[in-house]
Ligand binder design. Structure first.
Ligand code: FES
Length: 115
């Protein structure tokens, strides 16, 4: 049984991030995407055209479905950004005057049918 603040397998401390004001616990080095999914948060942006929810898809930095704002920097790939204590995460499109999906680079709807 694990307990808050440590990982019994490694003995390392956990870190705390916030996602749109909700505290999320992660292991140091775990990607922010993995931390969000582990916390039950599976979508943090929507597609431009259809407004479909998106989160992790490929998990390896290829699809850009997981774009998220990290400490005020939009367009970060949640699957590649290591979790650090005190990070502030927010859903893409929450910035003032911007309701795009963060510019996923393919101009597509991010429906996972590009391959
Ligand atoms: S999940 Fe595909 S780039 Fe992050």
């Amino acid at each position: 049984m694990s307990h808050a603040g440590s990982d019994e397998r490694t003995g390392s401390s956990s870190c705390r991030l916030t996602f749109d004001g909700t505290t999320v616990t992660a292991r140091p080095g775990q990607s922010v995407g993995a931390a969000l999914v582990a916390a039950g948060i599976v979508a943090w942006r929507t597609t431009r055209r259809e407004g479909r929810p998106r989160g992790l898809f490929c998990g390896i930095g290829v699809c850009f479905d997981c774009l998220i704002t990290v400490d005020g920097r939009p367009g970060q790939r949640a699957c590649l950004v290591p979790a650090r204590d005190g990070m502030r995460l927010s859903a893409e499109g929450d910035r003032d005057g911007d309701d795009s999906d963060g510019g996923d680079g393919d101009g597509g709807d991010g429906d996972g049918q590009r391959w």
